[in-house]
Design a protein around this ligand. Structure first.
Ligand SMILES: [Fe+2]
Ligand SMILES: [Fe+2]
Length: 184
């Protein structure tokens, strides 16, 4: 992670602690998600909901209104409901990702079939690494489309640079999601 990305993440941190929801936001969410998806969205922490709304609004500002992309924008981080992170855990992830991204990958790769208890300090990194797959599973259970589910599962995957590999339809959506997720 370079310095400018770290600055973006810092801004995300301050936005996270000054979050307010509005009636307009609720209307926007209900214009995109089904009733069961809204129930899932409402399980997220307020700061995570606010982040997802910023991602969605930025995509719409750029003219991207694909329904699978908008669904993924709102639900891409929903896997974090399995193990909500505290403020300082989120700060820790940002710092370690900035200086040792491979450490996050290694520490976050522990197996978690049953529960996250017993992981100790690794729990934070397991959530950082594995919430995309958990979120895709939850989104699938409430009837999300296969493309929306796949976008959620892959939202942290590294794609090859676009000039090396031509994007398929789904990869093109994934690039758009990642571009705004990183700055919001
Ligand atoms: Fe995420
Ligand atoms: Fe995100």
């Amino acid at each position: 992670m370079n310095t400018s990305r770290l600055v973006y993440r810092s801004r995300q941190f301050w936005q996270a602690i000054s979050t307010r929801s509005s009636r307009d936001d609720a209307d926007l969410v209900s214009s995109i998600l089904s009733a069961s998806q809204i129930e899932l969205f409402n399980l997220m922490q307020k700061n995570e909901q606010a982040h997802s709304l910023r991602v969605l609004k930025e995509l719409r500002n750029r003219g991207d209104e694909n329904i699978d992309l908008q669904t993924a924008a709102l639900l891409h981080d929903v896997g974090k409901v399995r193990a909500p992170l505290g403020l300082w855990e989120r700060v820790l992830i940002v710092i370690v990702k900035a200086f040792c991204p491979d450490c996050v990958k290694e520490w976050g790769s522990a197996r978690t079939e049953d529960s996250l208890t017993g992981l100790g300090w690794r729990r934070t990194f397991v959530v950082a690494e594995q919430h995309p797959v958990w979120g895709a599973d939850l989104a699938s259970q409430c009837g999300s489309s296969p493309i929306a589910v796949s976008l959620i599962a892959r939202h942290q995957d590294k794609l090859p640079p676009s000039h090396i590999s031509e994007s398929s339809g789904e990869d093109s959506l994934l690039r758009k999601l990642q571009a705004v997720d990183d700055i919001n």
